[in-house]
Design a protein around this ligand. Structure first.
Ligand SMILES: C[S@@+](CC[C@H](N)C(=O)[O-])C[C@H]1O[C@@H](n2cnc3c(N)ncnc32)[C@H](O)[C@@H]1O
Length: 207
């Protein structure tokens, strides 16, 4: 178990920094961050790869990130940021903000990893002001049933090597079940294999 902890704490944040830091992700980050405004909560801040893309209308960012190493790796990006960023919490499943206190929320490739994603989306809904928006890009369940079968098969392995990341979460269904209204949702294939590179990018609204 000790080895698992070392792998998760010392290796996975570096893996995430490199894998999620691919150039190909930058246009997606730019699009997702363009609509941010006011007080923003970023779920799964990681190594701060969204920081260069925060919109001009972003007033402050409250980062929620459990991995100390991810937070440490983000230091140069935070230092170069125009927007003030604080590490406000460690767990998206329990946010340290009062009800209706946040204007927008951001999640990039994090809904796959949070263990109780239903609880985390409930928390986002709770803290967003009515009409507040969640901006996201996430990999998840592919539309094609033959790809889905592989996603279900490979999911346990993926969870072990990628810090709890699930391959087969249905992003639209999760957001709708959490009570968000879909404003924009694009589902598309990235350049990688469909089982890991079926992307959902969009904006949902808190009622
Ligand atoms: C695949 S990484 C994505 C990181 C970052 N959002 C990006 O786009 O580069 C998933 C992130 O979710 C974080 N995470 C895992 N469990 C979490 C939780 N319960 N609450 C918030 N973040 C969590 C991980 O530590 C990791 O930084």
């Amino acid at each position: 178990m000790e080895d698992v902890g070392i792998y998760r704490d010392r290796f996975v944040p570096r893996l995430v920094n490199v894998a999620c830091g691919m150039k190909a992700n930058e246009p997606l980050r730019e699009r997702v961050c363009a609509g941010l405004s006011g007080r923003v909560v970023e779920l799964g801040f990681g190594s701060g790869l969204n920081v260069p893309f925060y919109s001009d209308a972003t007033v402050s960012v409250s980062a929620v990130e459990p991995a100390d190493l991810g937070w440490k790796l983000s230091a140069p990006r935070r230092a170069a940021s125009r927007v003030p960023i604080e590490r406000a919490g460690l767990d998206g499943q329990s946010l340290p903000f009062s009800d209706s206190s946040v204007d927008t929320a951001l999640s990039t490739w994090t809904m796959c990893t949070i263990p109780d994603i239903e609880a985390a989306l409930g928390e986002i809904r709770r803290v967003l002001v009515p009409g507040g928006t969640l901006h996201f890009v996430e990999h998840g369940l592919a539309p094609d049933p033959s790809v889905q079968r592989w996603q279900h098969r490979l999911d346990p392995l993926q969870q072990r090597i990628a810090g709890g990341c699930h391959l087969d979460r249905n992003i639209r269904a999760l957001l709708e079940t959490a009570g968000f209204g879909i404003r924009v949702l694009e589902v598309f294939r990235g350049r990688g294999p469909a089982f890991i590179d079926t992307q959902s990018l969009g904006v949902v609204v808190s009622p």
